[in-house]
Design a protein around this ligand. Structure first.
Ligand code: AP5
Ligand code: MG
Ligand code: ZN
Length: 215
């Protein structure tokens, strides 16, 4: 099974991905997480990507496509995979479409999580992330049990560099220009399922579960 989570920054892709991968035994492929860890570990990829990420711009397609090619060869993808934050441009989507027949897989569903812009800004500026396991929290909407400590692994929570108000606004503009066209791209292919992301985390997951249950 191959599922794509599409949606603007702050829509709740990472939050829902955690639940989906737990319940469906899918490999989790988040290009954002892979890029952030490359930055943290000061790898060549991280050095190339950092400035784009800090400015809220997209990292060039050729770098991202290399990450995905590599990741799809990992044996954990044999049972299927969940993409979070990829593809993000029409070029990336075309690459994926062309790469899949060789791997003998097809896209089963594209879940397009839709959320109001004012809500996105509040979610992103209040987000905290675990520095060890990557779990997502929110100061107001999903606070950890102990302040600044991850419920799942005890790791420290931090604020992402790109979650400042200024960078959030840029990311939302970039989304509209470069990623939103993918909604029509996948609609035309009959793969798109819109998800109302303006609800409580559990209610969003209920919609997703019922769609995945029908596959
Ligand atoms: P990436 O890491 O993919 O970030 P993003 O797409 O901007 O999305 P976010 O992770 O910010 O949001 P999310 O939808 O996962 O929301 P979350 O669940 O955390 O990309 C980062 C950067 O990397 C890009 O800007 C780009 O530079 C680069 N990059 C990555 N992939 C790329 C690609 N393919 N091509 C080129 N460049 C790429 O939720 C947000 C907050 O809201 C949390 O605090 C959460 O607790 C809370 N929350 C979640 N759901 C709810 C709810 N229902 N109600 C209330 N609060 C909620
Ligand atoms: Mg995310
Ligand atoms: Zn953690």
């Amino acid at each position: 099974m191959l599922i794509i989570l599409l949606g603007p920054p702050g829509a709740g892709k990472g939050t829902q991905a955690e639940k989906i991968t737990n319940d469906h035994n899918l490999a989790y492929i988040s290009t954002g997480d892979i890029l952030r860890s490359a930055v943290r570990e000061n790898k060549e990829l991280g050095r190339k990507a950092r400035q784009y990420m800090d400015e809220g711009k997209l990292v060039p397609d050729d770098l991202v496509v290399e990450i995905v090619k590599d990741r799809l060869l990992n044996p954990d993808c044999r049972n299927g995979a969940l993409f979070d934050g990829f593809p993000r441009t029409v070029e990336q989507a075309v690459f994926l479409e062309n790469a899949l027949p060789d791997l003998d897989v097809k896209i089963d569903r594209v879940l397009s999580v839709e959320v109001e812009e004012s809500e996105l800004i509040e979610r992103l500026t209040g987000r905290r992330v675990c520095s060890d396991c990557g779990a997502n929290y929110h100061l107001k909407f999903k606070p950890p049990k102990v302040r600044n400590v991850c419920d799942q692994c005890g790791g420290d929570l931090y604020q992402r560099d790109d979650d400042s108000l200024e960078t959030v606004k840029e990311r939302l503009e970039v989304y509209k220009k470069q990623t939103q066209p993918l909604i029509e791209f996948y609609q035309k292919r009959g793969l798109l399922s819109p998800i109302d992301g303006n609800q409580e985390i559990e209610d969003v997951y209920k919609q997703i579960s019922s769609i995945l249950g029908e596959l």
